[in-house]
Design a protein around this ligand. Sequence first.
Ligand code: SF4
Ligand code: MG
Length: 336
Amino acid sequence: TAPILEVTGLKVEIPVRDTVLRPVRGIDISVAKGETVAIVGESGCGKSLTALAIMGLLPRQAKLTSERIDLNGESLSEASPRRWRKLRGDRIAMIFQDPMTALDPCYRIGDQMAEILKQHRKVSRSAARERSLELLRKVGIPSPEERLNQYPHQLSGGLRQRVMIAMALLCEPELIIADEPTTALDVTIQAQILRLLRDIQRETGIGLILITHDLGVVAGMADRIVVMYGGEVVEAGTCDDVLARPLHPYTEGLMRSIPVPGETRRGETLGFIPGVVPRQTGDLTRCGFLERCPYAHAPCAEGPIALRDAGDGHLMRCVLPADGSGRDPEAWTRQS
Ligand code: SF4
Ligand code: MG
């Protein structure tokens, strides 16, 4: 089936003082109907800016170029701010990490939902109320009639995120982009919200882009995984392939960072890979992960590394063999 969203060669450049930052360096992403694509990476790897670019929400000083951004056949790479405003909330919806930044503290939930509907549809007050109630029920909010009259601060974090999901669904979008939708919530609520998103997505056939720093979240959620580092895709493939056989050392590091309950891994630092995402200006002249990679060797510095197909569409941007050879697992321990 034709993809809902097809993005190729997406780049974001941000001029700062005497240089230009290049946080997104030409990435390709496609999402089919009913598909969940996870974009995974640490903060600063370019994943949130990619999402904002697809929503037409980049900061004003940022420059977006793209060979192609197609939403169900409509080309958006040259779309005007006005066109983006019409699409957002209607055909593409976004769910943010912190609903308090997306909800207006001064308005009741019901009024905010009605406002979104009125922006995109001709609806009466009572029809807007009915539709809002229907969605609050769908996302599992108890006593929805009461909730409509409440202000955001009167709801718990988990309920607020459910309200955000209900709002995202109001206009039956083709695509939802969820940026760290559960990061601010505690583990139990996190699991409930993810299950809710997955169920709704399966039922409606909406395309979902799930952005997360946590590879642990994507298992059981995503169909495909795109791993970003330094503004580039460093690995991409089906969820099963990437989790069972991570090919890029960065993905390997992310997997080693998933805490395993009840298990202390000797010699390893949980939760992060040593080093930080480099600040990126200019063209890459070698592997962007070189400084942090436990397997770095001479060929890694000999030029920019191409993204290559390791078989079955499993993509990797690394010079190591795709069969897993040439990697000494002890190298991770030595490094940290
Ligand atoms: Fe590590 Fe070299 Fe692969 Fe880069 S190209 S990820 S430095 S092994
Ligand atoms: Mg982010």
